[in-house]
Unconditional design. Structure first.
Ligand SMILES: Cc1cc2nc3c(=O)[nH]c(=O)nc-3n(C[C@H](O)[C@H](O)[C@H](O)COP(=O)(O)O)c2cc1C
Length: 329
């Protein structure tokens, strides 16, 4: 008898400010494996933001809120005023956002000083109120999700956060399994997600330290989760989503190696050049190479070769391998 395949995991491409923009979403969702994406956080502080701001963060709104591969892009809001958050969520939904995600996990000092992101983990009742107001401000058909950490200084905060969130009708919640104080340092404490699954009446999406298909399997075993948000791992290995699905009998992208990654960088540069001021097109390529170095040894060599390049055409030639670096040096 053929053994039964476990259910394919649901994979979400993480929001990453300054890294995962519309160009990156477009390219990573084209490789496959992802159920949805989330935009970089849109900061809500004093007003209902103008339409152009939402379109800047989510150009996909011009195409039904979907990437070209048909993957929905939820719009993420970060702020601490329940009414303003609700008004901005309503506007984003009116503009066609397929879902609204609320950021209660950002550890940045500037954000936390103005009571945004992870700072709210110290005020679970305010998180609850924001979630409720946002939920009420959009149609019941619009998913409202949130993203939290285990706590601010300590995971002793976690029980209170779960208590506050257990009474809210969120569609799903992503839990980055570290406190704000733990930042991005390994390990992620996946066992805490099991407790969250038992306490919350909606699905829990696991996040933190998911770098490989086997990490997903271990996290699934420890947490019991079947949905995972991939962040830095998705940049280090652009086919991570497809590779995870392949393990469960889904889409594979077995041909994805260093040459494909390099081709991706060439397209990434060209798309950035077309969309933004060409002067700013080179740095995102270097930034992505720093992530790719973790998985591809060849990326380290290429990074060393291109790190001083500032001209986009020169960068394009270098990515295509048309520069004699010994001579250039
Ligand atoms: C450069 C960077 C930018 C990020 N920006 C956001 C953001 O805008 N919104 C958000 O909810 N999380 C943001 N995060 C957190 C990630 O979505 C994710 O929760 C975190 O990286 C843990 O997952 P990982 O260990 O798989 O990387 C960011 C993380 C990084 C490294």
């Amino acid at each position: 008898m053929v053994p039964m395949q476990p259910m394919s995991p649901r994979l979400i491409l993480a929001p990453m400010e300054g890294v995962v923009d519309a160009v990156m979403r477009e390219q990573l969702t084209a490789i496959g494996g992802y159920e949805r994406c989330v935009t970089e956080f849109v900061r809500v502080s004093q007003t209902v933001l103008p339409k152009r701001v939402f379109f800047r963060y989510a150009p996909e709104l011009r195409h039904g809120g979907l990437t070209s591969s048909g993957v929905p892009v939820y719009l993420q809001l970060l702020g601490s005023d329940p009414e303003l958050m609700a008004a901005n969520a309503a506007r984003a939904a009116d503009l066609g956002a397929p879902g609204i995600d609320l950021n209660f996990g950002c550890p940045a000092k500037t954000v936390n000083r103005s009571q945004g992101g992870a700072a709210l983990l110290r005020s679970p009742q305010l998180i609850r109120l924001i979630c409720e107001r946002v939920r009420d401000s959009v149609s019941p058909a619009t998913p409202v999700t949130a993203k939290i950490r285990l706590g601010y200084d300590s995971d002793e905060d976690f029980d209170g956060i779960l208590d506050a969130l257990s009474g809210v009708s969120l569609t799903e919640i992503t839990i980055h399994a570290r406190t704000r104080r733990q930042g991005y340092r390994p390990p992620a404490h996946w066992h805490q997600l099991k407790k969250a699954r038992q306490r919350l009446p909606y699905p829990v999406i696991a996040n933190g330290e998911l770098w490989s298909p086997s990490d997903i399997q271990r996290c699934a075993d420890i947490s019991g989760c079947d949905a995972f948000m991939l962040a830095r791992g998705a940049l280090c290995r652009p086919d991570l989503g497809a590779a995870v699905q392949a393990l469960y009998g889904g889409d594979d992208n077995a041909d994805f190696g260093w040459q494909e990654a390099r081709q991706l960088l060439i397209e990434f540069l060209a798309r950035n050049q077309a969309l933004y001021d060409p002067r700013y097109a080179v740095n995102p390529v270097k930034q992505w190479l720093v992530y790719l170095k973790v998985y591809y040894p060849q990326a380290a060599a290429l990074f060393a070769q291109v790190k001083r390049i500032t001209d986009p055409d020169e960068m394009a030639n270098a990515l295509r391998g048309e520069v004699d670096f010994a001579e250039a040096a």
